[in-house]
Design a protein around this ligand. Structure first.
Ligand SMILES: [Zn+2]
Length: 106
């Protein structure tokens, strides 16, 4: 005689498979978000480097710190409206030897 419906094993296997698939989708979304945030961090650093170069071209000298980009003492120009933080909440520091932003390692 044939029974109607699903056995307990069939139901448990279905729940397990749905759980595995759900975990895979969640992991994929998490790593996509992480990758996008890393790229945003890198491009923010590159934008700051461009402003440092612009400062050098306009002011005739390198900025001494990131704060010089906020307000250039000689020309009274603001090269950035505010000092940005990266998507991970870290601030950008400035290397006075290389005249470049120190990139983050995430
Ligand atoms: Zn960062």
């Amino acid at each position: 005689m044939k029974r109607a419906g699903f056995s307990l094993i069939e139901v448990l296997l279905t729940i397990l498979i749905i759980g595995i698939l759900g975990g895979m989708v969640t992991a994929k979304i998490y790593y996509s978000k992480l990758s996008a945030e890393k790229e945003a961090c890198k491009s923010t650093g590159a934008a700051l480097n461009a402003q440092i170069e612009f400062y050098r071209a306009q002011e005739g000298m390198w900025p001494n710190s990131m704060n010089d980009l906020l307000y250039a003492q000689q020309s009274h120009v603001k090269y950035v409206e505010q000092l940005p933080t990266c998507p991970f909440g870290d601030t950008f520091s400035f290397n006075t030897t290389s005249h470049r932003v120190n990139y983050h390692v995430h």
